[in-house]
Design a protein. Structure first.
Length: 127
C-alpha cells in the first residue's frame, strides 16, 4: 500500500494496493491521516488474471460494506481487464460516508475466484 500524490479538497488517488482475489480475506487500502476526514469516490481494479465470480466489498473496518456493497467481478475475465467500482448515482443522491482521521479502509474478498496479483487504485477526497 502506497500513498500516491495526495491532494486535499480534490478527488485524487489515495492509494495503490496489491489485492489477492484468490482467498477470502480483508486487505487494508488506506488509513485516513491525522487531522483529516475522507470521502471515498471510487476504486479502479486492474486484474492480474481472470477474476471469475469473485465478490468484493469496500468500507471501514467493522463495516466493510459502508462504501460499496457486494460487487461481482464476473466481467473481469483476463489479465489487465479493469473495473471501476463505485456507488451508482440515481435520482436520489447516493449517501457517502465521511471517514474520520485514523479510520482504516479495507477491501473484503468474499467468493474468491481470481488471481493473487491485482492492483486496486483507491480515489477520494481529503479535507
Amino acid at each position: 500500500m502506497a500513498l500516491v500524490n495526495l491532494k486535499e479538497k480534490a478527488v485524487s488517488l489515495l492509494s495503490t494496493t496489491t489485492v489477492a482475489l484468490n482467498a477470502d480475506a480483508q486487505t487494508t487500502l488506506f488509513t485516513v491521516p491525522a487531522g483529516k476526514r475522507c470521502v471515498l469516490d471510487s476504486a479502479l481494479l486492474v486484474a492480474g488474471a481472470d477474476a471469475g465470480t469473485t465478490t468484493v466489498t469496500i468500507g471501514q473496518v467493522g463495516a466493510l460494506t459502508d462504501f460499496l456493497g457486494t460487487q461481482t467481478l464476473s466481467g473481469v475475465n483476463a489479465q489487465y481487464d479493469a473495473a471501476w467500482l463505485q456507488p451508482v448515482p440515481n435520482a436520489t443522491p447516493v449517501m457517502r460516508k465521511s471517514y474520520a482521521a485514523g479510520t482504516v479502509i479495507q477491501i473484503d474478498v468474499g467468493a474468491n475466484a481470481g488471481g493473487a496479483t491485482n492492483t486496486l487504485y483507491l480515489y477520494g477526497m481529503l479535507y
